[in-house]
Structures are given as structure tokens and as C-alpha cells.
Design a protein around this ligand. Structure first.
Ligand code: IVH
Length: 673
């Protein structure tokens, strides 16, 4: 072996190892930059010695010339489909058929696997080399997508080790992860291209590109779940162990596969994975149970085009088709107007859904949704059901375009849409009952003031009967008024009053969050409280520049906060709540880890002019790190920060022996240099 050959082989082996760690084990072994360096070096060496290039080199994933059409591929072992079960009864019936046919009475061992929602693909390895990849097609004949599959990094171009059969056809699912899909669509939006409806469609479109260069740009992945043709070698008689063998050859298998026993084991696995579903980064639409023992599989055989030894236990569908009967406009807590589709009720994601959000008018336009349209709606996990797309082929003649109303449906005030913003708003603010109710509900909610018993229905009544018009009114409720309301007795009125009283002692972030300032969520509320050291007056008086110094607060949010506290009515409201009603909080003990506590216990005095910032900004920086800023020097002062033209304070500091920091030293202290 020449030294060039040797070097090339070493580089290929290194890259393969890293590909395996990164794409198959999901556990990167080296930084991307290092990987790129190895790849560049290999490309360079191969360019110098083109006759050393082999098809399984990691540089050869993307082929040069686009195809005119896909060739047909006959599957030597047909690619079957699966029967379905949708309930525990159907699962029991499936298991009984298996036991009866096998004549066994002990619980059957099943290999339980997530049913991946992508596309079935067959890949043939000959003597360890990837030689062909094909789609399922009609099960007997598929399309040759070898060039496209070669671009998928979790698919090895050659198998590891020497123990694989000389002909091994692996089968599995090609898919795009949820985050890969989100990135693809973000990209499409940026370039003004059409977005994909879901990861499965995106994967299908990507696999069917005639130009593999395009496929290579798509984040396709693969999990193997079985085998087809096998020659010149033996595989385990246990399906589960066979999957382990595939892993040892460098093939990627879903890490969630598990051996279970009987219907109970299947059902527990189903529940477990169903719970996990939303957290997984890939779409699954059910569970596949496979009799684990291959001899049993052979005895069971097939019916029509599905094996008797396996079945798919489907999750309730997350996407369904229905029609839009009407579109209504809802007014949110901040006045945001949301178009909501009133649907012909459908069962989707495990519940009956009759409303789905259309988000905003930009989305309505983008999806070209009209009243009367047939649409695909989606409800995933706890997410609000949404209209995914219109089935245009089914558009009826009279389908009506959706128009944004000119007046708020709740209070008839004007609706405005700020240039460049997708959201339209009712301008009435707290005068609008919808916004008033929303604001009160938000204020009383668990993560805000947590007033137990002051729920949505009660707030609706209180606002509609004009008993409560603002946050202060909550604190003036009395037993007589409350016990007159629907579903309210003396006892529940007393309980509510006690809960209101109890809620007055709160935490500052909860109070800030409860005020419902636009785009100030719980995390921002906490950051504000910490930054301003639990001193509400400082938060209220901070200008936009000061607010932007708070972690994660950008110009837009700073603008909202400043606007809120500049408003006379809001200032009055907050003062009344704190000074008269008695809302209060304690300052939590610092844990000593955050940057806030870096200077805690220290006190500083500022004097003279700093060239890099105003004295106000300097004070804020010191406070942000937990330091105190005081106006006069004493012997307890930690240090005097003296800018240009420092006067009497400098003299006093020197007299008392208080250290003096110049601007450079100060900047180092607050990590600005
Ligand atoms: S086994 C003979 N296992 O489901 C058994 N299929 O209707 C054939 N699928 O299009 C398939 N995840 O692509 C099997 N863990 C899994 C699967 C799975 C998804 C797809 C498969 C096929 C369909 C079967």
C-alpha cells in the first residue's frame, strides 16, 4: 500500500467513525470544524489521485448528473404492509389469532417499535457495499432511488465489520426530523418558496428528486426496522437481536424498540410511547408489534399482503379533513384579533374539535382559506388545533373570502393593523370587555397572582355584571355581592375572599407577569425583577435604554414595558395595588451563583464624568451585578468610581482610605472590558 492509499484509507475510516457517532448514535465525537478539516483533506488527496476514489468513499455521497427518470426495481422479497388495530379489543383479537395459530398458551413475546411516519425504503448491501436503494412502490416493484439514499448521512455506504451476510437487504423508514422540517420551512419562507405541509411530505418530496444534489440538501434520516433478501450469512432468530446485529454493522435502529410480553406488555408500551410522542424529534403515528421469534413468524405467514405476525397499533389521527362553516374573530387579552375557523366537528388527536385557529390575516392569505372550504386540520398534543391547508380540489363555488372586520366584535372600537405586523388589534384597551376579561383572567391565573377560585367563568360574570371593571375592584369584592352570583354560596364566597387576601403576599415576578404587559412572559418578568433588584420603582422609571440592558430584553419588549409604565393610568394602578391594597413580596436570598450576586454586599459611589457611559448607566451596571450605589462616601464604601473632573468626593475617599477606581478599572469590574 502506498502512503497516499494509506492516508486516504485512514481518513475514510476516521470520517466513517465520526459519521456513525454523529448520525447513527446521535453523539458527535468531534467538533464540526475538525470534521470539515478531515473531509477537505480527503477531497484534496482524492483529487490528486482520482483512480483511488471508490464508490464507498465518504466524498462520494452526492452523484454528479441528474437522472431523466427513476428506473424500476423488482423487490425479490415483496415489501408488505401492516394490518391495523385501533383499540385494546382489536389488539386482544390480534394476539388471540397469533396464539391460536401457533397453538401456544404462554404470553407471546413481541418486539414493540414506534411506527415511524416517513417512507419505506429498501437498501441492498452486497459484500458490505451499498449497491441499491428503492422505494416500496406497490410492494412488488419500486423505484430506484440509490443516488438519493446515498446522500443520507445516517445510511452507511458500506457496512462495518466482516460478519454481515454477503447479500443483506435492510428495510426501514426514511424521514425528516421535526426540527429539520422547521428549518426547511424557515428557509423556504426566507426565499419565498412554497412551504411543506408536514415532515412526511417533505421527506417524500426530497426522496423523489431526480437530482441527488437537491436531495443532499434535505435533512433526511433513516431508521432500519427489518430485512428483506438475505444470502450468504445468518441472522439471529430473534427479531430484537437481529436489530442489534444491524446496529453492529453501522445501521441505525430506533433506540425505543423494546421486547414486551403479551397484550399487557404491548399496551403498556403503547401508553408509554404515546406519552413521549410530542417530545420525540420525529413523527410517529403508532406502534408496531412484531412476534419476536422468527420461527413463529414463518409459521404464521401472511394473509393477502400483510404478515400475520405483526400489526400496527395506530394513535388517534392528528390530522383530519373537515369543512369550515364560518370564521369568527376572537379578541385576546392584548386586543389581538385572531380569526378562528368554526368547523364541522371532527374527531382528531383523541378529541372532537369544532374550532381551529387561523392565527392571523397573513396566514389566512398565505393559505388562501375561505368559508366553505374543505381543510386539513391538525391537533397535536396540547397544541391549539390549527388549519394546516385547504384541499383546493374540493373548493366549492360559493366559498367566501375572509375579511378582517373594521370594528371590534366585542366593543365596536376600531381595529388597526400596524404596518409590518401580522396581528390586528382592537385599540380600546381595557375598555373592551374582551380585553378586560382577558386581563383579569391572566392576572388571577396560577402563574401570576394565583387567586384560587377566581376562574374564567366567574370573571365573565363579574365583568358582565359590571361588578369588576379593573384589577383594583377584585380587592373590593364582598361576601354579599359574591354570594348573589351564579353557583356561589356563602362558603365559596368566603373561600374566595380568603384566597384573594392570601394572594396579596406574592413574588415580584408573578406580579409583573400578571400585569399582562405585551410580550412579558414569566421568564422576562423574572429577569426584570432580578435586574431591578426587586425594586418596582426602579423598573417603573427605567427608560428604554436601561430596559434593554436586562438579559433577553430587546428593543421591542423594552418599548412595550416602557409604554406600559409611562401610561398614567397604569402608574396609578400599580401604586394603588402596592400602596393601598397591600400587594407585597419579599426579596429572595441570592444563591451566589448568578452574575447578579457578583458584587453583592459591596457599595459604590460614583463621581465625575465617565467617557464611556452616563453615571446612570454605570449605576445600573453595578446594580445588575448585585452592587449597591449610594450617593455619599463613608468608611463602609467599597470603592469610589471617579471619572474626569472628580471633586470633593475624591478628596474625601482619599481621606477615609476608600479605594478609588478610575474608568478602566471600573469597566473591568463590571466585565465591560
Ligand atoms: S414493519 C412486514 N416496522 O409502516 C412488515 N413498518 O404498513 C412491514 N413502518 O410503509 C413493515 N415504522 O414503512 C415496520 N417499525 C416499523 C415501521 C414500519 C413504520 C411503515 C412501513 C410501511 C408501513 C406498513
Amino acid at each position: 500500500m502506498t502512503s497516499a492509499t494509506k492516508k486516504i484509507e485512514t481518513l475514510r475510516a476516521q470520517i466513517r467513525k465520526h459519521d456513525y457517532s454523529y448520525y447513527v448514535l446521535d453523539d458527535p465525537s468531534i467538533p464540526d470544524a475538525e470534521y470539515d478539516r478531515l473531509m477537505r483533506e480527503l477531497i484534496k488527496l482524492e483529487q490528486q489521485a482520482p483512480d483511488l476514489i471508490t464508490p464507498d468513499s465518504p466524498t462520494q455521497r452526492v452523484s454528479g448528473t441528474p437522472l431523466d427518470a427513476f428506473k424500476q426495481v423488482k423487490h425479490i422479497v415483496p415489501m408488505l404492509s401492516l394490518s391495523n388495530v385501533f383499540s385494546i379489543e382489536e389488539l386482544e383479537a390480534f394476539n388471540k389469532r397469533v396464539m391460536d395459530k401457533l397453538g401456544v398458551d404462554k404470553p407471546i413475546e413481541y418486539n414493540a417499535e414506534p411506527k415511524l411516519d416517513g417512507l419505506a425504503v429498501s437498501i441492498v448491501y452486497k459484500n458490505g457495499q451499498l449497491v441499491q436503494a428503492a422505494t416500496r412502490g406497490d410492494g412488488a416493484t419500486g423505484e430506484d432511488i440509490t443516488e438519493n439514499v446515498r446522500t443520507i448521512r445516517s445510511v452507511p455506504l458500506r457496512l462495518e465489520g466482516k460478519s454481515a451476510p454477503s447479500i443483506l437487504e435492510v428495510r426501514g423508514e426514511v424521514f425528516i426530523s421535526k426540527h429539520g422540517f422547521a428549518q426547511m420551512n424557515e428557509n423556504a419562507r426566507k426565499h419565498g418558496n412554497k412551504e411543506f405541509v408536514n415532515p412526511r411530505n417533505a421527506a417524500a418530496g426530497s426522496l423523489r428528486q431526480l437530482d441527488a444534489k437537491l436531495t443532499a440538501q434535505r435533512p433526511l434520516e433513516m431508521f432500519c426496522y427489518g430485512v428483506g433478501q438475505v444470502d450468504g450469512g445468518k441472522l439471529s432468530n430473534s427479531h430484537n437481536n437481529m436489530l442489534k446485529q444491524l446496529r453492529t454493522w453501522g445501521l441505525r435502529v430506533c433506540p425505543l424498540v423494546e421486547l414486551v410480553k403479551g397484550v399487557k406488555g404491548c399496551w403498556d408500551y403503547y401508553e408509554k410511547i404515546h406519552q413521549l410522542r410530542d417530545q420525540l424529534d420525529y413523527e410517529i403515528d403508532g406502534i408496531v408489534y412484531k412476534v419476536n421469534n422468527k420461527t413463529f413468524q414463518e409459521q404464521l405467514g401472511f394473509v393477502s399482503r400483510a404478515p400475520r405476525w405483526a400489526t400496527a397499533h395506530k394513535f388517534p389521527a392528528q390530522e383530519e379533513i373537515t369543512t369550515i362553516n364560518e370564521v369568527e374573530f376572537q379578541v385576546g387579552r392584548t386586543g389581538a384579533i385572531t380569526p378562528v375557523a368554526k368547523l364541522e366537528p371532527v374527531f382528531v388527536g383523541g378529541v372532537t374539535v369544532s374550532n381551529a385557529t387561523l392565527h392571523n390575516m397573513d396566514e389566512v392569505a398565505r393559505k388562501d382559506v375561505r368559508v366553505g372550504d374543505t381543510v386539513i386540520i391538525r391537533r397535536a398534543g396540547d397544541v391549539i388545533p390549527e388549519v394546516v391547508k385547504v384541499v383546493l380540489e374540493r373548493r366549492v363555488k360559493g366559498a367566501r373570502k375572509i375579511k378582517l372586520p373594521k370594528k371590534c366584535p366585542q366593543c365596536s372600537a376600531e381595529i388597526v393593523r400596524v404596518e409590518g405586523e401580522a396581528v390586528a388589534r382592537c385599540i380600546a384597551g381595557f375598555v373592551c370587555p374582551a380585553q378586560r376579561k382577558g386581563a383579569l383572567k391572566h392576572y388571577a391565573s396560577r402563574n401570576a397572582m394565583d387567586i384560587e377560585g377566581l376562574g374564567d367563568k366567574l370573571i365573565d360574570q363579574l365583568v358582565e355584571q359590571k361588578i369588576v371593571e379593573n384589577l383594583i375592584d377584585i380587592y373590593h369584592l364582598d361576601e354579599a355581592t359574591l354570594s348573589n352570583l351564579d353557583r356561589m354560596g356563602t362558603k365559596s364566597a368566603q373561600n374566595l375572599l380568603a384566597a384573594i387576601e392570601k394572594s396579596k403576599m406574592t413574588e415580584m415576578p408573578k406580579f409583573i407577569y400578571g400585569l399582562g404587559i405585551r410580550e412579558v412572559g414569566e421568564a422576562t418578568a423574572l429577569a426584570l425583577a432580578e435586574y431591578f433588584e426587586y425594586d418596582l420603582a426602579r423598573l417603573m422609571h427605567a427608560d428604554e435604554e436601561a430596559l434593554q440592558a436586562v438579559p433577553d430584553v430587546g428593543p421591542v419588549v423594552a418599548g412595550h414595558i416602557h409604554q406600559f409604565f409611562s401610561h398614567q393610568g397604569n402608574q396609578q394602578l400599580v401604586r394603588t395595588l402596592c400602596d393601598e391594597i397591600g400587594i407585597s413580596w419579599t426579596v429572595p436570598e441570592s444563591d451566589g451563583n448568578s452574575s447578579v450576586s457578583q458584587l453583592s454586599g459591596n457599595s459604590y459611589v460614583l463621581t465625575g464624568t465617565l467617557s464611556s457611559m452616563s453615571r446612570d448607566q454605570a449605576s445600573q451596571l453595578l446594580r445588575a451585578k448585585g452592587g449597591k450605589v449610594v450617593s455619599s462616601i463613608s468608611k463602609n464604601t467599597t470603592a469610589l468610581i471617579a471619572g474626569e473632573k472628580a471633586g470633593s468626593k475624591l478628596a474625601k475617599a482619599e481621606k477615609l482610605g476608600v479605594p478609588v477606581l478610575d474608568e478602566g478599572e471600573f469597566l473591568t469590574l463590571v466585565d465591560m472590558e
